[in-house]
Design a protein around this ligand. Structure first.
Ligand code: AR6
Length: 169
């Protein structure tokens, strides 16, 4: 069974156990997918996020999904692109690995990722896609609990990059 699936669209609409949010260190909301998730989840999400005490780059924290179809939101903080001078690849990889660990600890079988860091944080899309795919594949090699990982692309550029890198025709 192929445990990795590619989709294009709005991650807030997905009926999965957990969706991942590309947040910032405050976990108190922002632009991009973060704002879409907070808007769709409702104000209770912000109230819970206030109790989480922020999050370091590459780490992840979990909250409930409130009005979202997904039961949980896993908030992770991608690296801001700094021309590759600040271990951005390792930090981005950690976002995927730590989110998957947290999903597993919370018995989530299905999880959906946006293209972390490739919007406001400016990580080059091709490099980010390679990093994301390799992190997820490496995690799944040693995991039997997660049933499905969805890569949810919003923009056409990311969608065609993932199609190519995942060998989807
Ligand atoms: N569903 C799925 N993907 C989406 C959606 C959506 N509804 N909306 C946007 N994207 P970004 P970052 C894609 O900028 O680069 C926030 O202010 C978008 O096309 O949301 O990690 C946070 O608070 C892009 O490919 O996140 C942080 O301050 C991807 O989501 C900062 O932005 C990530 O773009 C994080 O920047």
């Amino acid at each position: 069974m192929n445990r990795i699936e590619l989709m294009q669209g709005d991650i807030t609409k997905l009926n999965v156990d957990a969706i991942v949010n590309a947040a910032n260190k405050t976990l108190l909301g922002g632009g991009g997918v973060d704002s879409a998730i907070h808007r769709a989840a409702g104000h209770e999400l912000l109230e819970e996020c206030k109790t989480l005490n922020g999050c370091q780059t590459g780490a992840a924290k979990i909250s409930k999904g409130y009005n979202l179809p997904s039961g949980f939101v896993i908030h992770t903080v991608g690296p801001v692109w700094q021309n590759g001078t600040n271990e951005e690849e390792i930090k981005l990889r950690n976002c995927y690995i730590n989110s998957l660990e947290l999903a597993r600890e919370n018995n989530c079988k299905t999880i959906a990722f946006p293209n972390i860091s490739t919007g406001i944080y400016g990580f080059p899309k091709h490099y980010a896609a390679e990093t994301a795919i390799s992190a997820v594949k490496d995690f799944l090699k040693n995991d039997t609990d997660i049933n499905k990982v969805y890569f949810v692309c919003f923009d056409n550029e990311n969608y065609s990059l993932y199609k190519q890198l995942l060998n989807i025709t």
